[in-house]
Write a protein that binds this ligand. Structure first.
Ligand SMILES: Nc1ncnc2c1ncn2[C@@H]1O[C@H](COP(=O)(O)OP(=O)(O)O)[C@@H](O)[C@H]1O
Ligand SMILES: [Mg+2]
Length: 367
């Protein structure tokens, strides 16, 4: 078996050092979707933590969106099973009821579907009980909470409140890493005074992969095909893909299967066949005309702001009406935020969550 996972051991050590030296008790990692967060926490961070004597639990709130308390309880249950982290993680994914399949480190784990029960008192009490037990043990615990922005929904306020108190109480023995692909969702949770569960967390921009990743992937490619690719050209293409490791990995697989040994040709062929932009087109088609106009404005003329006269006449021009009210623009922003297209890094500033979508809009403007 060829190893396609590029290890990010140094980064894992850096984060674990922050815990071990008491710099912080919790970290929150942000990056857009498909940038390697899950692979990093499962295959690098968890392994590093385990080698330092930690017990590790992983929970994705995306897997069980309707019942995050249950997802967490199952993850905590699994911690006590004997065996290495990797086996425990597989056991966890099997116990989760959902219809999605997770692809991690090349292994595809299909998850079974079962109707989920609503999160009740019992589930919360059990979580409190399990966290209490863990914190009384000699070994520290690392909790990996993936796609945590799903907790920002009002419905999960009681779970969030429970976690806040528990993490605070056990902060010496219990470290937490949150990840989220919606900066906005996560930041809302950080800021919301009703949910200060993340106050203690250090917010970190999860770093992009670089040319060392490309070099590693080219080695794997060489093992699979006995062909060498130019690192400089491959890195160029990786950069034009906005350093998206998922797309780059796809491209290399595509080349091996098709027997294309020139990465430029491979990329052209890949683009023509695999519609890497399909998602963007779908997202765009789903937007109301005014939402599209707001996006165009943000991409093309961000200096106008969103609510100024100029901004609103830009939007009006786009949709063919004269007066666009502030309220209408606010509603469009709200929709775009809820569909995780926009996020706000600071008050009054709005950015596109996905830089690729931004580029896509730029190249489709006017059409
Ligand atoms: N360290 C890595 N080495 C090799 N491929 C990677 C690595 N990190 C990510 N990838 C590729 O990118 C894909 C998406 O990564 P993932 O961790 O699921 O992203 P995220 O959790 O940020 O959405 C993986 O399925 C894999 O193909
Ligand atoms: Mg993920």
């Amino acid at each position: 078996m060829i190893e396609w996972h590029y290890p990010r051991t140094e980064l894992a050590q850096q984060y674990m050092n922050a815990f071990d030296t008491g710099i912080t008790g919790a970290l929150a990692l942000f990056a857009p979707r498909r940038m390697g967060k899950t692979e990093f926490i499962l295959l690098d961070l968890a392994v590093e933590a385990e080698s330092r004597g930690y017990q590790v639990a992983y929970c994705s709130f995306w897997n069980l969106q309707d019942n995050p308390a249950k997802a967490l309880r199952l993850a905590l249950d699994g911690i006590k099973k004997s065996g290495y982290w990797r086996e425990k993680w597989h056991a966890y994914t099997e116990s989760i009821s959902s219809e999605i399949s997770a692809e991690i480190g090349g292994a595809n784990v299909k998850l079974k579907s079962r109707p989920s029960t609503p999160a009740g008192e019992d589930e919360l009490l059990e979580i409190i009980n399990l966290l209490g037990k863990l914190s009384r043990e000699r070994r520290p615990t690392l909790l990996l909470l993936d796609e945590v922005q799903h907790l920002s929904n009002e419905r999960f306020a009681s779970l969030v409140a429970t976690l806040r108190t528990q993490f605070d109480e056990h902060r010496k023995k219990l470290h937490v890493v949150y990840t989220g692909s919606s900066r906005d969702g996560l930041q809302r949770m950080f800021r919301d005074r009703k949910a200060p569960m993340f106050h203690a967390a250090q917010q970190v921009d999860f770093p992009d992969l670089d040319s060392k990743f490309v070099a590693f992937m080219l080695q794997a490619f060489e093992k699979a095909s006995q062909r060498k690719l130019s690192l400089a050209r491959a890195t160029q293409i990786f950069n034009t893909m906005n350093r998206n490791p998922a797309l780059f990995h796809h491209l290399l697989r595509h080349m091996v299967i098709k027997g294309i040994w020139d990465i430029k040709k491979g990329y052209e062929n890949f683009q023509a066949l695999v519609d890497v932009e399909a998602d963007h087109q779908l997202l765009w088609d789903d937007c109301k005309p005014i939402d599209k106009a707001v996006l165009k404005l943000l991409v093309q003329s961000p200096q106008f702001g969103l609510y100024t006269e100029e901004a609103r006449s830009f939007i009006g021009n786009e949709i063919g009406t004269e007066g666009v009210s502030i309220k209408e623009v606010q509603n469009a922003v709200k929709r775009l935020r809820e569909s995780q297209v926009l996020y706000s890094p600071s008050r009054g500033e709005w950015l596109l969550e996905d830089p690729q979508f931004r580029n896509w809009i730029l190249s489709h403007i006017g059409s």
